[in-house]
Design a protein. Structure first.
Length: 130
């Protein structure tokens, strides 16, 4: 499976995971992806417009959405649960960052890159004598 997917590929992955077909009323669609993003259940894609892409993280978020739906939660209740959960990102094998609250995927990507740059600079400075 490709690390980067456009919205159509994301929808195809979900439909194949859940064995949805066009004859099903439950077919997962691009419109559903956009709705879940607007409701705060699904993270925004990386990039913008034609260059937007989704990752396995989005697949996992959609899987979590279906789990909560089978528990009887509404979309609004799921969105509240998702907002309360901190987002955890692995920078290295030994360092994780946890972010709580509303923050865009693009901002998270920028922050993660900044943290990685700091780690690189720290490693470079360890070899120098002051």
């Amino acid at each position: 499976m490709n690390d980067r997917m456009n919205i159509r590929e994301l929808v195809d992955v979900i439909n194949s995971l859940y064995a949805f077909s066009e004859s099903d009323n439950d077919l997962f669609t691009s419109r559903m992806v956009r709705f879940l993003i607007s409701e705060g259940v699904l993270s925004e894609p990386f990039g913008k417009n034609r260059f937007a892409y989704y990752t396995m993280k989005h697949v996992e978020e959609i899987q979590r959405y279906f789990e909560y739906r089978t528990q009887g939660l509404s979309v609004r209740q799921i969105a509240e649960k998702v907002k309360l959960q901190p987002k955890i990102f692995n920078l290295t094998n030994q360092i994780q960052i946890s972010i709580s609250g509303c923050i865009s995927e693009n901002d998270i990507e920028k922050l993660t890159q900044e943290f990685k740059n700091i780690l690189i600079m720290q490693n470079d400075n360890k070899g120098e004598t002051l």
